[in-house]
Ligand binder design. Structure first.
Ligand SMILES: *[C@@H]1O[C@H](CO)[C@@H](O)[C@H](O)[C@H]1NC(C)=O
Ligand SMILES: *[C@@H]1O[C@H](CO)[C@@H](O)[C@H](O)[C@H]1NC(C)=O
Ligand SMILES: *[C@@H]1O[C@H](CO)[C@@H](O)[C@H](O)[C@H]1NC(C)=O
Ligand SMILES: *[C@@H]1O[C@H](CO)[C@@H](O)[C@H](O)[C@H]1NC(C)=O
Length: 349
């Protein structure tokens, strides 16, 4: 019984770049909701209301400096791209139906916690590109998505995420969080969390207390130089792990730390690795470009012994895409790599 040769097996390299499959993001527009037009009263003068979407209040791009009084019927509140500097409770007094608030790209440096007392049904809070120095306190436990990227956050008040078991997405990309801001209880209640983005902060260590059910963990552009040996134990759904632009070297990467059977996509570009770390046979995409790797030993990396013929083809390693450019490796690709990784469709050297 013989295995068929992999495609491109004799080619030196193939520079085609395949787009990565990403988890599907929710759409940025609300679903169409039709209501009767007699609900159309109390439209703030500074906003726009339409009869087609009576539950949507359009106040984006209106040069607003203060939040107008939000009518009771509002489910979707668009306040992005304005000059709002703080959120106080009064305008929200009757806004108890609000599910979605987009505050992106304002100048918000303060959100009164009383604001949230009026918003028991809030599901999505988007406040990226503002000037917050802290994660807001008192956010409702109903939240499903919280985007706080590109603020100036240096502090997460204790209990900020408590009881938020429905939160699936937490985006803290591009803030100034350091190791001491993330305690072992910070993410403790986030049992439903699927996506956590802590990229572009100032972490030196892997964050502690990340929920084990996470699917996507982004830690690019920090200063992480090592990963504890058992760090990923129990992470049974982790599929996308990004650690590009950190300070990982062979010394800080225990031999089998990335042997995570759920992992599909591992990105370790722009670090200081001098050898290819071991990975699980389920991995499909591996980014190792711009490290200091000098050679790749397929025999050593191969998750099965190439001496004996594999009887079960489903055990073949699933690696399809490998980036090694920006290292000290030059073509051709060693024969043992080609023989082991038979699903490999492209290697960038
Ligand atoms: C809230 O609703 C009540 C009753 O409809 C109304 O009397 C009050 O003026 C409203 N408050 C605001 C801030 O709109
Ligand atoms: C979490 O989601 C479930 C299912 O949609 C819902 O029944 C529950 O009330 C939500 N929890 C909170 C705190 O809103
Ligand atoms: C890697 O993980 C698999 C389970 O997914 C296990 O069978 C294998 O022994 C591990 N390899 C090493 C070198 O630890
Ligand atoms: C690859 O690793 C194997 C097993 O450790 C070793 O026997 C072999 O010599 C290595 N190949 C190269 C080209 O270094």
């Amino acid at each position: 019984q013989r295995l068929s040769p992999p495609p491109h097996s004799t080619r030196g390299f193939d520079s085609s770049l395949h787009a990565l499959p990403e988890p599907i993001e929710p759409t940025d527009l609300p679903p169409v909701i039709f209501g009767s037009s007699d609900m159309f009263e109390h439209c703030p003068k500074v906003c726009t209301c339409t009869r087609t979407y009576p539950n949507v209040l359009f106040c984006e791009n209106h040069n607003l400096r203060v939040v107008p009084v939000i009518p009771e019927r509002t489910h979707y509140l668009y306040l992005q791209n304005n000059f709002i500097s703080e959120l106080t409770a009064e305008p929200f007094a009757n806004a108890t139906e609000v599910r979605w608030i987009n505050l992106a790209n304002n100048r918000i440096h303060r959100i009164d916690k009383q604001v949230f007392e009026h918003l028991p049904s809030l599901l999505y809070l988007y406040a990226q590109r503002n000037q917050l120095k802290e994660v807001p306190a008192g956010m409702p436990t109903s939240l499903e998505q919280l985007r706080l990227a590109k603020n100036r956050i240096t502090n997460i008040p204790s209990g900020a995420f408590s009881k938020m078991g429905n939160l699936t997405l937490l985006d803290l990309y591009h803030n100034q969080l350091s190791d001491s801001d993330l305690g072992k209880n910070t993410f403790k209640d986030l049992h439903g969390l699927m996506q956590l983005n802590l990229a572009h902060n100032v972490l030196k260590k892997m964050p502690i207390g990340v929920p084990k059910g996470i699917i996507q963990l982004f830690l690019d552009k920090n200063r992480i130089d090592g990963i504890p040996k058992d760090y990923f134990n129990g992470f049974s759904h982790l599929a996308f792990l990004r650690l590009n632009y950190n300070q990982l070297s062979d010394k800080g990467v225990p031999k089998t730390v990335f042997n995570i059977s759920s992992l599909l996509d591992l990105q370790l570009a722009h670090n200081q690795l001098s050898s290819v770390p071991m990975f699980n046979s389920h991995l499909e995409h591996l980014h190792l470009n711009h490290n200091t790797i000098e050679s790749i030993n397929g025999t050593l990396l191969c998750p099965y012994s190439m001496e004996v013929e594999l009887e079960d083809h489903s055990l073949l390693p699933r690696l399809r895409y490998l980036r090694l450019d920006g290292n000290h490796v030059s073509p051709p690709i060693p024969m043992d790599v080609i023989m082991c990784f038979r699903h490999l469709q492209s290697i960038v050297i």
